[in-house]
Design a protein around this ligand. Structure first.
Ligand code: FAD
Length: 319
């Protein structure tokens, strides 16, 4: 069976959910081999979970450098493996970092990049959602080793047995003059809430929330659901919520099981970041708001009336 390389997305050996989605997508194309790039000892922490999502092999590219540089060691490791293993494809998360890795890799190996795909088919074609989700495109790389970046949350991860046979990859030393180095990692605001692009539920507020203080209503609803909090650009630009939580064309792309939009009109640039959510619930006091065109469930009403009732009802259900 053809080998498919999957770049493991992890933070200090803690595997991100999207990795399991990538392994699941890769199984459509062949036999997945996970590629772990990080500080010494990383592979030991992640191997077992990679095996349970079907990784037949685990390529281990570890060095002190790999832990302290951003994308360079990942691109180096993948490029070396493409040369060595001639895989059928390379699959990477369409996260901020994954997008950069996939772009650089495609250039390095002289191949085509299928960017931000939402589904992978066994014939090698992929689906992309474009123009804010207005169109779906089917595309395939005709030459070279396809590099595929998959949107987090768009593929449902399913388990499968994999042998996870370890193989070491020698990494070239990083040239500090040419690579971005990590100088420090600080926890982002957001407390115990799930990371926005990884969350299975996202509750977002827009300009309709009206102020930073009132965003508490959105946070309370999010916390009752164990959700991440998102915001429209208008809410961010108005200073209601930090920019790292912006959803949309110039913010994060999310594809959760449930997306709740409160006080968001549904501009095309916002839709671009959330339209592939599995179920969309919108609360807006304007019955003509475009968000209702894509909502599975809509409530025409004041969010300050609806959201607290929802929070209370969810709390009551939890008992
Ligand atoms: P508005 O459009 O002002 O909508 C507010 C909504 O709240 C209205 O529908 C109103 O009826 C409703 N409302 C008001 N009060 C209440 C209440 N009490 N209860 C219920 N409903 C209420 N936008 C993004 O979101 N993300 C992006 O990444 C992004 N990128 C962009 C990139 C470019 C190049 C450009 C040009 C624009 C971009 N935008 C982006 C901006 C986008 O065009 C919209 O301006 C923005 O999404 C609007 O945000 P909003 O829906 O919160 O605000």
């Amino acid at each position: 069976m053809a080998e498919v390389l999957v770049l493991v997305d992890h933070v200090d050996g803690e595997v991100k959910k999207v990795t399991y989605e990538l392994l699941t997508a890769a199984r459509e194309l062949g036999e997945p081999s996970a590629v772990v790039v990080g500080s010494p000892g990383t592979a030991g922490k992640v191997k077992e979970s990679l095996a349970s999502y079907g990784a037949a092999k685990v390529y281990v590219a570890e060095s002190d450098d790999a832990g302290s540089y951003l994308v360079t060691p990942k691109v180096d490791a993948l490029a070396a493996l493409v040369e060595q293993a001639s895989p059928a494809a390379v699959v990477v998360a369409a996260s901020a970092e994954g997008k950069e890795v996939s772009g650089r890799l495609a250039i390095r190996i002289g191949s085509g990049l299928l960017y931000d795909v939402v589904d992978v088919n066994s014939d090698g074609t992929t689906e992309q959602s474009i123009f804010g989700g207005a169109f779906s495109v089917k595309a395939k790389v005709a030459k070279g080793t396809p590099v595929i970046s998959v949107r987090p949350g768009s593929v449902e991860a399913t388990q499968a047995d994999g042998a996870a046979a370890e193989e070491t990859v020698e990494l070239p030393a990083v040239d500090p003059a040419k690579a971005a180095k990590i100088t420090g990692i600080e926890p982002v605001v957001g407390g115990d809430r799930p990371e926005l692009t990884e969350a299975s539920i996202v509750v977002s507020g827009g300009r309709g929330v009206g102020s930073a203080e009132k965003f508490e209503v959105i946070e309370k609803l999010a916390d009752s659901l164990g959700a991440a909090v998102g915001a429209s650009r208008a809410a961010v630009d108005s200073g209601y919520y930090p920019a790292q939580f912006q959803v949309g064309q110039t913010g994060k792309t999310v594809s959760p099981q449930l997306y709740v939009a409160l006080g968001i009109s549904g501009a095309i640039q916002h839709r671009a970041g959330m339209q592939t959510s599995k179920t969309i619930v919108a609360v807006n006091k304007d019955p003509e708001a475009p968000i209702f065109e894509i909502a599975d469930f809509g409530v025409v009403g004041d969010l300050f009336n609806v959201a607290p009732q929802l929070t209370e009802a969810i709390a009551a259900r939890k008992g």
